[in-house]
Write a protein of this length. Structure first.
Length: 335
């Protein structure tokens, strides 16, 4: 296991190095000059040249890349020309909001996809099976940003039941920062009013993400469970009088979940990319909105820093997914 982890971490380091090179080159070939933005409206050519020198943009690209790698070795992602702060500080500030949205959305997604997929498989060919598949496919067939806008229009503009965006109401005082996750911080500080506001503002963005992912998880669970239902051990267990609850919870799902975990692991990685669209539509102050605003202003350092953070998260999720296989299936542990 240690050798396996060593190989995976080694390949991960190589992949991240390649990503730094690709993002660095792409960010510097995009038309536009961040020095012009930093110099301000109506700046003279001399001011722009001085700003380029201060930002190190006058050096050759290979030199700039080596200096960037040298900064990464000290966890220095550079400085944002838009906020004026270190990128690492900006990411630390905005990341908790994205983690709150992503973790809650993915948890609800798993808690819905696995039971509903299992239920659909146990009722295959019946009305409930058809309804569940149709409902989930309808949600995933709409682009995630369009689904977010539709939910905003219906629940905010038409019904006026839920807020259109933000993390909390503008009249609510933000909690004392402990974790940066408002739902947890409000519980830790005993601020129930803020907790209610935070939960209400989570409903629409969470619903958007869950509906966008649900079809894949539901269909994967359904297909895997249906395959296991045809195995001889299922017929044997039923012949011995094993209850349906015990059959599914103890025997069947442990064998059926490995392919489902693979797909859900990929979805968890892609969720880090989708969250940019969801946060932009709902004005959610996380790394997704931060990335969108950085792209708008050709802010190279945050774009490259966020690419590394999201890529590292994707690699870590895939590694954890691989380590879950032998836990669920002892046969893989031996092999």
């Amino acid at each position: 296991m240690l050798r396996y982890l060593g190989r995976r971490l080694g390949w991960a380091a190589i992949l991240l190095l390649v990503l730094t090179l690709v993002t660095f080159v792409l960010s510097h070939v995009i038309p536009g000059d961040p020095a012009t933005f930093m110099a301000g409206f109506g700046a003279t050519k001399e001011s722009i040249v001085a700003m380029r020198t201060e930002m190190g943009l006058d050096k050759p690209l290979p030199t700039q890349y080596l200096l960037y790698l040298q900064g990464l070795a000290h966890f220095d992602f550079g400085k944002s020309v838009r906020t004026g702060d270190a990128v690492s500080s900006d990411i630390a500030h905005f990341l908790p909001a994205s983690l709150e949205l992503a973790i809650i959305s993915f948890t609800i997604y798993v808690l819905l996809a696995v039971p509903l997929g299992t239920l659909a498989a146990s009722r295959r060919g019946r009305r409930l099976d058809g309804f569940l598949r149709t409902f989930s496919i309808a949600g995933s067939g709409v682009p995630v940003f369009w689904l977010a806008i539709l939910l905003q229009e219906f629940f905010f503009a038409y019904l006026n039941w839920l807020p259109a965006g933000g993390r909390v109401a503008i009249t609510a005082a933000t909690p004392n920062t402990i974790t940066g996750i408002y739902t947890i911080d409000s519980i830790l500080t005993g601020n129930l009013e803020l907790l209610g506001s935070a939960v209400v503002h989570l409903i629409l963005p969470v619903a958007t993400i869950v509906l966008a992912m649900l079809a894949v998880g539901l269909r994967a669970t359904r297909a895997s469970v249906m395959q296991e239902l045809d195995r001889p051990y299922v017929r044997t267990a039923r012949a011995k009088g094993v209850s349906e609850w015990r059959l599914y919870s103890v025997h069947l799902l442990r064998n059926a979940l490995n392919p489902v975990i693979s797909i859900m692991g990929l979805q968890a990685g892609y969720l880090l990319g989708w969250i940019i669209l969801v946060e932009t539509v709902f004005g959610w102050p996380g790394i997704g909105l931060y990335a969108y605003q950085s792209i708008q202003h050709l802010d190279y350092a945050p774009i490259m820093g966020l690419t590394l953070v999201i890529s590292s998260g994707f690699i870590l999720i895939n590694l954890v997914t691989d380590l879950l296989y032998p836990i669920l299936d002892p046969r893989l542990r031996e092999s």
